[in-house]
Design a protein around this ligand. Structure first.
Ligand code: FMN
Length: 177
């Protein structure tokens, strides 16, 4: 289906398990968003070489917004610059988002805010219930800081993973764009 109001969506998927629960959630979101006419880039950041921010300040000075570290984050910057919707998809590791996802999030520092971004969503998967406060707090902090709209959050604990119910909630979330 082609939708003239289709948006550019970037999904950052932060689990190293290619057939795991977070990858499944990200893929379900991608399918739902594409079916609604949006353009989606889904990036498995855990198989990229992306280091943490060095706080060197290069981007704020000589770099004029560019990061001095020339790793795989360079592939993400153009996608971030075009993204109107950013979806963070993470497994819960020690009550927060995975390190693999934290690194690219913190490297957005050099952009201040992705220029075209209007909306965000969070997908998260865990073993236990009630372990999402850390990830949700970070997600809400970032979207308030950037002044973008929260389209919603879908979580899936052990018995909710890869279920029709969770697929339905992801479909509903993608429908809110
Ligand atoms: C290093 C590590 C830390 C984890 N920490 C938590 C945790 O704090 N709470 C929890 O409920 N599950 C925790 N888990 C379980 C994962 O969140 C859970 O299995 C999740 O569904 C994995 O997603 P994936 O299939 O996309 O990799 C942890 C797993 C790993 C490998």
């Amino acid at each position: 289906m082609n939708n003239i109001t289709g948006m550019n969506i970037l999904i950052l998927q932060g689990s190293p398990r290619a057939n795991g629960n977070t990858a499944w959630m990200a893929e379900e979101y991608r399918k739902a968003a594409e079916a609604a006419g949006h353009k989606v880039a889904l990036v498995d950041v855990s198989h990229k070489k992306i280091a943490g921010c060095m706080a060197c300040g290069y981007c704020r000075g000589k770099g004029n917004g560019a990061c001095i570290q020339k790793d795989d984050m360079q592939e993400l910057y153009p996608l971030l610059a075009e993204a109107e919707v950013l979806v963070l998809a993470s497994p819960i590791y020690y009550f927060t988002m995975s390190a693999q996802l934290q690194a690219p999030i913190q490297r957005i520092y050099c952009m201040n805010k992705p220029g075209k971004l209007k909306k965000m969503a969070l997908l998260a998967s865990s073993y236990s219930p009630n372990v999402y406060d850390g990830a949700i707090g970070e997600y809400r902090g970032i979207l308030n800081y950037w002044g973008v709209e929260d389209t919603g959050i879908v979580t899936a604990k052990n018995d909710e993973q890869k279920t029709d119910a969770t697929r339905g909630r992801i479909l509903e979330l993608a429908g809110k764009l």
